[in-house]
Design a protein around this ligand. Structure first.
Ligand code: E4P
Length: 228
């Protein structure tokens, strides 16, 4: 399973790449705002970093960049997506899962611009992006679980549907808004292709109190043992 970093902050992206070897980045308008930079500067800086690392191309290191959420007209979405895609060969264009959004993603895929259909909250929503050949579909977990839903069946159903119809691996499932280590495990058990989460979640997922306790126990033993 691939790990993407859900952030537009360059220091976090750099850190997550160096420490955890993340496989890509997802941004959204909220992450861009939190970067403190203007939109074009924030995504341009990520594009420059990707190129400097020698990771050119969406196949090697996809960076999802979301269209203006005020736009809900397929022609306007396609026009903005073309403009964003021209900024970097790593950019995958994120479009909300609406009727016009899916129509725009279908047109973009036909002209070779890769898309990530986002803000997906049900298996029914996840089917059309796959039928239309989007590179990614982003079912959100964290928001649903914060609302009291258990998302295991939701992700498993999307994986099963994709397997039933040959979409699995072609349209890759990015489990988005992942907030806990347990959700990462749930996604991996279900067979999701990718999780996207913040740096803190990946840090938490690698930490365990028994590992820390074990290091302390062994350090004491080490200190009470002669070396020669
Ligand atoms: C995914 O692609 C989204 O950017 C993301 O997971 C949304 O999560 P957020 O609620 O942390 O912004």
């Amino acid at each position: 399973m691939k790990y993407f970093l859900d952030s537009a902050k360059l220091d976090e992206i750099r850190r997550a790449y160096e420490t955890f070897g993340i496989d890509g980045v997802t941004t959204n308008p909220r992450h861009i705002m939190l970067s403190g930079k203007p939109f074009r500067k924030a995504v341009g800086d990520i594009a420059d970093w990707v190129a400097a690392e020698g990771l050119t191309g969406w196949e090697r290191f996809p960076v999802s960049v979301e269209t203006d959420p005020h736009i809900d007209d397929a022609d306007a979405l396609v026009a903005q997506a073309r403009e964003l895609a021209a900024m970097s060969p790593n950019f995958v264009i994120k479009i909300a899962c609406t009727e016009n959004g899916v129509a725009a993603a279908r047109r973009l895929e036909k002209e070779g611009i890769r898309t990530n259909v986002t803000l997906v909250f049900s298996p029914a929503q996840a089917i059309l992006p796959a039928k239309n050949g989007s590179l990614f579909v982003s079912p959100f977990l964290g928001w649903k679980e914060a609302n009291g839903e258990d998302c295991r069946a939701y992700i498993r159903n999307i994986v099963d549907i994709y397997k039933n119809y040959g979409y699995y691996g072609k349209t890759q499932i990015i489990c988005a808004a992942v907030r806990t280590a347990k959700q990462i495990v749930d996604c991996a058990v279900a067979g999701a292709d990718i999780v996207t989460a913040g740096l803190d979640i990946y840090r938490e997922s690698i930490a365990h109190p028994y590992t820390r306790q074990g290091i302390e126990t062994f350090a004491q033993a080490w200190d009470n043992t002669a070396v020669e």
